[in-house]
Structure formats: C-alpha cells, structure tokens
Design a protein around this ligand. Structure first.
Ligand SMILES: Nc1ncnc2c1ncn2[C@@H]1O[C@H](COP(=O)(O)OP(=O)(O)O)[C@@H](O)[C@H]1O
Ligand SMILES: [Mg+2]
Length: 267
C-alpha cells in the first residue's frame, strides 16, 4: 500500500508531462514549427522530450530552407523573364501575331505564378500584420467589383483592421476564380457579424464537390479540368484571412452553387 500511495504523485507528474508532450506534438503537426517542450528531469520522458525537440528543430530548419529556396528561385527568375518579355516586345511585326500573343500569354502566366509564390513566402516569413489600418471593406469591395461586369455587390459597411493591399488581393482572387471557374452572375456580399466581418463570394457554376472543398485551399492544387491558373489563389486567400484573425472556407450555396466564405476579425 505504501508503494501505491507513494507512486501516485509520481504517476500524475509523468502523465502531466506526457500530456504536455502530446500537446506539443499536435501543435507541430498543426503547423506550428516552433513548438518545443521544456525538458524536465532525466528519465525516459525527459529523453523523449529532448528527442522531440531535436526532431522539431530539424523539421523547422528543413522547411525554412525549402521556403527560402522557392522564394529566392522565384525572385531570380523574374530578371530573365523581364528580358524575355522585352525581346518579345521587340519582335514587333516580324513575328506571327498568333505566336506572339501565345508567348505573351505564357509570360503573363509565369509572371503571375512568380508573384504569387513570392507573396505566399513573404506571408509565411512574417508573423502578424505589418501596416494594419482601418479598412472600409464595402468600399474596397465596390472598387474591386467594378472590374467585373458580371459581379453584383450587396451588404453593410464594415470597418476591419487590416492591410488594404492584402485584402484587395484576397477579394480579387475570389472574384477571378468565380469568373474563371464558375458561371455568372457573381454575388459578393459583405456583412457585419458578432465576430467581425464576413465576405461571401458566390457564383452560379457547378461549385466544388464536398470531398474537395478543403483540398482546393492547398497550394498548387487545381481541380481536373482547370486550364488556367497556378493553384495558389485560394491558398493565398486563406493565408490572408488567417493573418486577419479569420479564416476562409468553401460552402454550399442555396442552389448548390459555389460559395466562398471569408471571416475577418473586427477592426
Ligand atoms: N468559384 C469556383 N467554382 C468552381 N471551382 C472553383 C472556384 N474557385 C476555385 N475553384 C477550383 O479550385 C481550384 C483552386 O483554385 P485556386 O487556388 O484559385 O487556383 P487557380 O484559380 O489558379 O486554379 C481551381 O483550380 C478550381 O478547380
Ligand atoms: Mg484562382
């Protein structure tokens, strides 16, 4: 009995430390690459904690090396791309106009891809928001909507605290997707909610089947049949929403159409 009573607090301590370790493993799995545990004592649990820390540090190192490589390569590719664009420009009338237009299209796509990779890696690199200011979401949406003939805007005035350039980019990606992958009319709604603001972009296309509604937010994921685009648009939308204390998801509209819903924290 004496052993049993004496072992009880020890067990509790071990359980607590294991629980702590499990939490950190889950945090790492959820993407917090800086997750580490404090190593207490010198038993098996402590050794386990220390090897978790080593593994996590190695993963963090590898991931950031990959990100840096991608960002640097994208940056370096912009110079030769600018030269190619210049050369195509200089071809003037000597070239077959159809070939020239195709080349210009390819260059524009490459340029958009590099720009999106660079923006995504910049968002990865800096935590929090730099240059946040009060943004009138309805006004911003109105400005973006005029670029799309088939888009209608509806909603309430809401001010959020955010980066207007990123928020504009987010709206544009959603509108561009509705135009590119969906069918008009496009409906853009801005609403004030208890938690801040909600943006809804719906179109009358076929939408996205349930099993793929999460996958479309993965970088470079494009559904079969999508011909243009980089697959980075929705990944950026989610990154930007999360950066503003919210999130982005794909929802089913009332008529089984495509709806993308973004929530943002209050201003
Ligand atoms: N409004 C939409 N309607 C139907 N499918 C969509 C819509 N928006 C996005 N998708 C699908 O999600 C995929 C990922 O979108 P995105 O990340 O913006 O990449 P991209 O537009 O470059 O293909 C698209 O390839 C497309 O298949
Ligand atoms: Mg897109």
């Amino acid at each position: 009995v004496a052993v049993g009573v004496g072992a009880f607090p020890v067990m509790r301590r071990i359980t607590r430390r294991l629980e702590n370790l499990r939490n950190r493993v889950e945090a790492l799995g959820a993407g917090d690459l800086g997750a580490r545990v404090t190593v207490e004592g010198s038993d098996e649990v402590a050794r386990l904690a220390a090897s978790f820390n080593r593994a996590a540090a190695r993963i963090e190192e590898l991931v950031s090396a990959h990100r840096a490589l991608l960002a640097n390569a994208s940056h370096e590719l912009r110079t030769p791309l600018a030269r190619i664009r210049m050369a195509v420009e200089l071809m003037k009338d000597k070239a077959d106009p159809r070939r020239k237009a195709e080349l210009e299209q390819d260059i524009a796509e490459l340029d958009a891809l590099l720009e999106e990779i660079l923006l995504a890696s910049r968002l990865d690199a800096v935590k929090g928001l730099e240059g946040a200011e009060p943004v009138d979401l309805l006004a911003l949406a109105a400005e973006e909507c005029v670029r799309y003939e088939e888009a209608e805007l509806d909603g309430q005035a809401v001010t959020v605290q955010g980066d207007p350039r990123l928020l504009r980019r987010m709206l544009r990606n959603l509108l561009e997707n509705a135009r590119r992958h969906g069918r008009p009319p496009i409906e853009l709604r801005i609403a004030r909610t208890a938690g801040g603001a909600e943006i809804r972009v719906c179109d009358h296309g076929a939408g996205i089947p349930d099993p793929e509604r999460e996958r479309v937010f993965e970088p470079f994921y494009r559904r079969p049949g999508a011909t243009q685009g980089t697959g980075l648009g929705l990944a950026l939308v989610r990154q930007i929403a999360r950066r503003h204390g919210g999130d982005a998801r794909c929802a089913m509209g009332e008529r089984s159409d495509a709806c993308f819903v973004v929530t943002l924290a209050p201003g």
